[in-house]
Design a binder for this molecule. Structure first.
Ligand SMILES: NC(=O)c1ccc[n+]([C@@H]2O[C@H](COP(=O)([O-])OP(=O)(O)OC[C@H]3O[C@@H](n4cnc5c(N)ncnc54)[C@H](O)[C@@H]3O)[C@@H](O)[C@H]2O)c1
Ligand SMILES: [Zn+2]
Length: 357
């Protein structure tokens, strides 16, 4: 069992990581939020796999998948809550992956100008990334996560036992973010992950408790320093500049986790050629990704020009330059004197995207 406190300008909230935590949620709510009327928001697949985390409370569902993370679903859920006469004494419980916590968190952020909520993530990505940091929101036709609010939860409840039913691709995909945490900030964590790769893959709950806890601690430390992303939070974007290009160029057929795995490889190989990253770092990351059965190569059907073009569309670009958070050596970041990011040399990135085979 671990409890990590995430601090932000207006307060702090605990992230609990423990086998069986989901079954203890009801009594935790009775203790800390007595008098609130609970509404559970979850997707239909998670409801079928895991049921409700708060037995007896009304459950509001939406169809599983990224396509549901829209203003339309947000409006539907909000109207459903109003129809059931929820008011400012509501407490929203979000159960599911990053889609459910982003969406239900955004419903909570806007419902009667904001009601409290608790995140109960049920995916690896949700537990070690999406549910930590207070960002909520939905996608638009133009791009992902363009509309949203900063609305931290009251608590985050991570139960590794709930990962047992998660489809393999989703389970592995989330681990790419853990590799990112190790490769950017914690070499010891990377060594532990390498040694524990088999028990991680077997979803041993004790091993997963350790993994989720370490990643939560790393993300919590970064967002606690600067929850609004001006500066150090940029390190969490390692691998993501290229990953977003890969996702967009593939029309989102490549999952986020797999794109992050490959994005880390491309950015780190480019960093080595740019003279920013220590030689051999990309190979260390590749070894860890292999051990966790994550991809390291750009899918051959993706054209490098399409990936570069997609990278140019990113909302984070400044003055036509494409910036990335690059690794200095395994476990530490470069760019501490330039806001933790630097302009990518696109000729080098292009070369790395499509090596001569
Ligand atoms: N707010 C943030 O800071 C932040 C950070 C990273 C990612 N995100 C967001 O997270 C989203 C992706 O999250 P995700 O990868 O968890 O996707 P997801 O929520 O769509 O979940 C993946 C799939 O697994 C199913 N599922 C979830 N838990 C299950 C379980 N325990 N058993 C069986 N099936 C289960 C879901 O129904 C879904 O089909 C994206 O929208 C992304 O933008 C947000
Ligand atoms: Zn990510």
């Amino acid at each position: 069992v671990s409890v990590t406190l995430v601090r932000y300008a207006g307060g702090a909230y605990p992230v609990t990581v423990a086998s069986g935590a989901r079954s203890r949620l009801r009594s935790w709510i009775d203790e800390h939020h007595r008098g609130r009327r609970v509404a559970v928001i979850t997707d239909d697949a998670v409801r079928d796999a895991l049921g409700s985390p708060v037995p007896g409370a009304p459950v509001f569902t939406f169809p599983s998948g990224e396509a549901s993370k829209t203003r339309t679903t947000w409006a539907q859920l909000t109207d459903d809550l109003l129809a059931q006469h929820f008011d400012r004494h509501a407490l929203i419980i979000a159960s599911g992956g990053g889609v459910a916590t982003d969406l239900a968190g955004f419903v909570a952020a806007t419902f009667l100008r904001g009601v409290p909520w608790i995140a109960v993530p049920t995916t690896t990505l949700g537990m070690l990334d999406a549910a930590i940091g207070g960002k909520t929101g939905v996608n638009t036709a133009t791009a992902k996560n363009l509309v949203g609010a900063f609305h931290p939860p009251q608590a985050v409840c991570c139960d590794p036992e709930t990962l047992a039913t998660l489809p393999d691709a989703h389970f592995r995909g989330g681990l790419a973010e853990a590799v990112k945490h190790a490769a950017t900030l914690d070499a010891d964590y990377g060594r532990w992950m390498m040694a524990s790769a088999d028990s991680i893959g077997a979803r041993d709950t004790t091993t997963l408790e350790t993994l989720i806890t370490r990643s939560v601690e790393i993300k919590a430390a970064v967002v606690s320093q600067d929850e609004r992303e001006a500066d150090r939070r940029a390190v969490l974007n390692a691998g993501h500049t290229v990953a977003h290009g890969l996702e967009r160029a593939s029309d989102y057929s490549l999952s986020h986790g797999h794109a992050v795995a490959v994005g880390l490889m491309v950015e780190t190989r480019a960093g080595e050629l740019m003279g920013v990253t220590a030689p051999g770092t990309a190979d260390q990351i590749a070894a860890l990704l292999h051990a966790l059965k994550l991809p390291t190569e750009v899918p051959s059907e993706l054209k490098r020009d399409a990936v570069i073009a997609a990278m140019h569309e990113d909302k984070k670009n400044r003055h036509g330059e494409i910036h990335a958070a690059l690794i200095r050596s395994f476990g530490s970041m470069a760019g501490g004197d330039s806001g933790w990011t630097q302009a990518l040399d696109l000729r080098i990135v292009s070369q790395v995207l499509q090596p001569v085979r």
